[in-house]
Every structure is written in C-alpha cells, then in structure tokens.
Design a binder for this molecule. Structure first.
Ligand code: SF4
Length: 338
C-alpha cells in the first residue's frame, strides 16, 4: 500500500495539560467495541467509575459529557484519568488517533491531522512555510479496485497535487490562486473555465447567504453559535462590509500566506472524496465555501479587535474545523452546491 502524509505529521506531539483547548470537551467520545469491552472488565474503584460512565445506543458505545460539556475522565488539570490510571495503551481508538485521520482507497492511504487541534494549528501556521508530503510503501494489500476506479484515483491524485503546487507557488494573491485552482478543475472536467464558473452557484453567494447556510448546520459549541450571530450582523451591515477592501489590503501579505495554505489542507483532505461522492464539484464547493467563511471570520476578528495575527488564524481554523469537519452531516451540507 502507498502511504502519503504531510511532513508535519511527524513533528506533532500532544501537549496535554498545556493545551489552550482540549479535545476532550465539547463533543462526546465514541468508544470502539474492543475498548468498551476492556473498560467493562476493569476491576476496583476505577473500573466502577468506567462502568458508570460508559453508555451504549444503537450506534455503539460512548462517554456522555458532564454538565459542563467535558469528558467525564478529563480532570481539573485537563489530563485524562484513563491515561493516568490505565496507561496510554488503554485509550480508545478515538482518543489514540485524534487529531489524525486516515482515508484509504484501494492500495492508497492518505493520513493527515485536523486543524481542530490548536497545537497542530500552531505547527501548521507557524513552523511549516511549505507543506511537503511524504510517500512510503508497506506490504499491506488494500481492497481491490476495478481498473476504471484505479485510473480515476490516479487522475484525482494528480489533479490534487497540481492544485496543491499551484496554491504553494509564491507571488500571486490568494484570489488569483483560487481562480487558477477552479480553472484546473474545469480543464480536468473538459470544460471551459469561464463557462464552468457561470454554472457554479456557490461562487455568487453573498456573505449573508453563506453564514445562513452555516447557521443551519448542527452545532456542538455555544461559542460557534455566538460567533455566527455576530458574523450575520456584520454581513447585514453595508458600512461594515465596505471595510473588506481595507482589511484585505492591510493584511494582504498574511492573507496570501494563510488562505492558500488552508486551501492546501482542505484540498489534500477532501479531493479524494470524489471517489465516493462521484463529482469533484462537491469538493471544490467545500473548499471554496470553507475558505470564504474562514476569510470572513478573520475579517470579523479584525473588526472587533482592530488587529489580527497568526493566533487568530489558528483559532479561526480550529473553531471552523471542530464545528464543521468533525460532523460528516455538516461536511455533506457544505459540499452540496445547491
Ligand atoms: S487538542 Fe491537540 S494538543 Fe490539545 S489535548 Fe487534544 S490532541 Fe492534545
């Protein structure tokens, strides 16, 4: 099997109690079958505590959150009591893997890490000027693919790599680069880029329409709902919207660095979904809407504080990723262009 992952994957280390956020609050932790059986077999006081907290429904086992929306095993120091009591190897699959994700099709597996983790965001935005990808092979055989599917996979990965190179090319504004990515996808579809753009409804959405769409998604966090209300207010205020060119010009250097880089992250993560979605327009729509909302989130931070820096980029990407990317239903809604 061919494995591919970004180089920063190797430098990531969870910073546990020093983390400005925690991945053990705000969402329920799904517990895989093997771990749940192990937890139910643990004896003593800690075993009793595990049994009291593990729940099961039709879809599997999970730890319901406490009233303050934290994992019941996350202690006051933001450390995990399962880790402390039973060791790292006792963590369930969700906690062992986070913030990594794995996606395999045939003999190809791609791995990346989620920007919902702020430590990964710090590495991504402050220590990774150019994202390099590592390719390796192992002897594991993946699920067999038909010849047609194998060809499609090669085409998608090639298109993905071209779009990533284009976004990492220096010297163009982020808007020009996104235009070129759309053109590349149009050519791959055998279409004239200008004509194709006319049929891409997601390109003509106003910020207000975009924010209303995000507001209709499932939410896990009050902070997100409050932010969206604020974004909606801004998007409804023509005098505030008139400040966008000033913002873009003031932060052009930073935006030309951050927005394409975030685009690289989304393209690496989502273009391969074309194999299951069947239409790359869905992935393009997701990338476009995500980058547009993230741009607007940065703009909103600037309007409210008067300045922004890389910590705002890390925060905004983390908030977006946590709310949107970790819910398959939300991702599907953003991908649908109509
Ligand atoms: S969000 Fe990242 S750094 Fe923070 S506790 Fe989770 S994995 Fe560790």
């Amino acid at each position: 099997m061919i494995l591919e992952y970004p180089e920063y994957y190797e430098s990531f280390r969870c910073i546990g109690g020093d983390c400005p956020d925690t991945c053990c609050a705000g969402w329920e932790v799904d517990v895989d079958r093997e771990s749940s059986q192990y937890y139910k077999s643990v004896d003593g006081e800690f075993g009793k505590r595990l049994k009291e907290h593990i729940c099961e429904d039709g879809e599997g086992c999970y730890f319901p959150l406490t009233k303050d929306k934290r994992c019941p095993f996350l202690n006051k120091e933001n450390l995990c009591d399962i880790y402390t009591n039973l060791g790292e190897e006792s963590l369930c699959q969700t906690c062992t893997e986070y913030p990594r994700y794995f996606m395999d099709i045939g003999n190809y597996e791609q791995t990346d890490m989620s920007l919902s983790c702020m430590e990964l965001g710090r590495i991504f935005y402050t220590e990774t000027p150019v994202i390099e990808y590592v390719r390796s092979e192992n002897p594991v055989e993946g699920e067999p693919l038909t010849e047609d599917d194998r060809d499609t996979l090669v085409e998608i990965l090639s298109l993905r790599n071209k779009c990533i190179s284009l976004l990492q090319d220096t010297g163009h504004s982020f808007n020009d680069k996104l235009l070129e990515v759309r053109a590349l996808v149009s050519y791959a579809e055998g279409e004239d880029p200008g004509e194709k753009d006319k049929s891409r409804g997601f390109l003509t959405e106003s910020y207000k329409e975009l924010i209303l769409l995000y507001e209709s998604l499932d939410s896990i966090n009050e902070e997100w709902s409050e932010k969206l209300s604020y974004y909606k207010e801004l998007s409804d205020n023509p005098s505030k919207l008139d400040m966008i060119p000033e913002f873009t010009s003031l932060y052009s250097e930073k935006l030309d660095e951050w927005i394409p880089k975030t685009g690289v992250y989304f393209i690496f993560r989502y273009f391969i979904d074309t194999m299951t979605d069947g239409d790359i327009e869905n992935e393009l729509c997701f990338v476009h809407r995500s980058l547009r909302l993230i741009f607007f989130m940065l703009f909103a931070e600037w309007v409210s504080k008067g300045n922004i820096d890389v910590s705002d980029m890390i925060y905004v990407a983390h908030l977006y990723s946590k709310e949107v990317e970790h819910d398959d239903g939300n991702v599907d809604r953003i991908k649908k262009s109509v």
